[in-house]
Design a protein around this ligand. Structure first.
Ligand code: C5J
Length: 225
């Protein structure tokens, strides 16, 4: 067992039964000129997540941890996009419309894929999800059960939307979740701050929160000479 100093108390995990979950680090959300920015968002708030997350991803891979990436998006015919979701946003900026990086949030388009810095390695699990939560309409539960996973180290964007929804879904399914504070991001600084507080409040109502430096230190402890 490894312990990470965290809020509201130490998060203990075993590398063999823990997965690193990387949520929706997609070009459509992160790149300048893309879907996220076209909605009036400051994509710089998400870009700052990339360097620490690349470091954590490297550490998790080196430790042999299961890595799972997710991508939010829809079939080209949008048959898996509920009308209520499709109707949202300005008329010219809807899911499926042509954007700077291809059709917005449509599977197979350039913008739908993960940013180059965090590209999945061959053999890593990549789950396409039509909803905000990573369990809804995906094989995530089967993947986790099949790999004997009981704990999740959760990263990605956005903190208050897909990260929160997934952590809540995971919590209800019995998974222990550590949210990595500098490896999750929101377009809105206040949502980032409060979103993290909401996870660890009330004795860790949804899970634990710690920075990537603490997780990396636990994954690669300095040997005592
Ligand atoms: C959003 C997400 N914010 N991945 N998606 O629509 O959080």
């Amino acid at each position: 067992m490894t312990a990470v100093p965290a809020e509201p108390g130490p998060f203990t995990f075993d590398v063999g039964s823990t997965a690193l979950l990387v949520i929706d680090m997609q070009r459509d959300f992160l790149l300048p000129g893309g879907f996220g920015e076209s909605l009036g968002n400051d994509v710089g708030q998400l870009a700052r997540v990339v360097p620490p997350l690349a470091g954590l991803l490297a550490g998790a891979r080196e430790a042999g941890m299961l890595v799972i990436h997710t991508r939010e998006g829809h079939e080209p015919d949008l048959s898996d996009c509920p009308p209520a979701k499709l109707r949202r946003g300005a008329p010219s900026l809807r899911i499926g419309d042509p954007g700077a990086y291809g059709r917005i949030l449509v599977r197979g388009e350039y913008g739908h894929d993960i940013v180059d810095e965090l590209a999945p390695l061959p053999g890593e699990v990549v789950l396409d999800k039509p909803g905000k939560g990573a369990f809804y309409a995906t094989d995530l539960q089967e993947v986790l059960v099949g790999a004997g996973i009981t704990s999740l180290i959760v990263t990605g964007v956005t903190t208050e939307v897909c990260v929160h929804t997934t952590v809540r879904e995971a919590n209800d399914r019995g998974y222990e979740c550590l949210v990595v504070s500098d490896c999750v991001g929101s377009y809105f600084p206040e949502f980032q701050r409060v979103g993290l507080q909401m996870v660890s409040a009330q004795g860790g109502i949804f899970g634990w929160v710690a920075p990537s430096s603490a997780v990396l230190a636990a994954l690669n402890p300095v040997p005592v000479s």
